[in-house]
Design a binder for this molecule. Structure first.
Ligand code: GLP
Length: 256
């Protein structure tokens, strides 16, 4: 896992937007996997301002709440439409969002895996991390080889949503599995603020364990964790990572 540390949230979002836009310039039909939550809001705002590059881009979501339809304000659909997809020029045929308002969750999960395969796989997966180490809705204890499937949220995650101003969100969800996420060609995980410092150190410098599903990213050949100073504050090798980032141009490695 490569660690990039930016001084603050604004510069973290600038760097993340540059990575996404660079990916789109190289491959206009980029297959994007999208996270929700507070963390990527600044990234999505910047992407909306460069909206014309998304004409051929393909969009997948990480997860969705069981029972919430696309128009429900707490749904992942609603969030992604509002904060990104409807704000950029896009082809509606390229929007592949997992639905939570279905009768047969297992069938929806299988069909979603098939849709990802048919698109040729996810090129760039945007991730956040829960304070308990979850990615998507893969709560601690999730199999690191898991595929898209139903999952139940931990009380801590439900509380996070309450504090973020959402109502009572459903405890059951559908989420890409850790194994599904790990098949993305590139992964860009964003973390900001002191409240993520502990989990970031467990994710990046602790053992690879299902207790911290985000730690699976240590096994990914092209995973970048883009952090602000506060989120990086408990990393033992913080100074090392800063040095690497500032000096890698010396060996011709400047690009993501
Ligand atoms: C949520 C979402 C994730 C998100 C994470 C962190 O439960 N399923 O996609 O990355 O939790 O959220 P936040 O960025 O608000 O801290």
């Amino acid at each position: 896992m490569e660690i990039i540390i930016k001084p603050d949230y604004g510069s973290l979002c600038d760097a993340a937007a540059l990575m996404v836009l660079t990916g789109l310039r190289r491959k206009p039909d980029l297959v994007l996997g999208l996270a929700t939550g507070r963390t990527p809001l600044g990234l999505y705002e910047r992407l909306r301002n460069s909206g014309s590059l998304f004409g051929k881009a393909r969009f997948f979501n990480l997860d969705e709440f069981f029972g919430l339809g696309p128009d429900h304000p707490d749904s992942v659909h609603y969030y992604l439409r509002r904060h990104l997809i409807d704000g950029v020029t896009h082809d509606p045929r390229n929007v592949h969002l997992l639905r939570g308002d279905v009768q047969d969750l297992e069938a929806e999960a299988e069909a979603y895996e098939e849709e990802i395969r048919a698109a040729g796989g996810i090129d760039l997966q945007i991730l956040g991390v829960g304070s308990n180490g979850h990615v998507g809705f893969n709560e601690p204890g999730s199999s690191l080889g898991s595929r898209t499937r139903p999952k139940a949220l931990e009380p801590e995650t439900l509380e996070h949503y309450r504090q973020a101003g959402a109502g009572e969100v459903p405890r059951f969800t559908l989420t890409m599995g850790v194994g599904t996420i790990m098949e993305a060609r590139s992964i860009l995980l964003l973390a900001t603020g002191e409240e993520k410092a502990e989990v970031v150190s467990r994710m990046a410098e602790g053992p690879v364990t299902a207790e911290v599903p985000a730690s699976a990213l240590q096994m990914h050949p092209r995973a970048v964790a883009l952090l602000d100073e506060a989120a990086a504050s408990r990393l033992r090798r913080r100074d090392y990572w800063k040095w690497v980032h500032e000096n890698k141009w010396r060996i011709g490695r400047t690009k993501f």
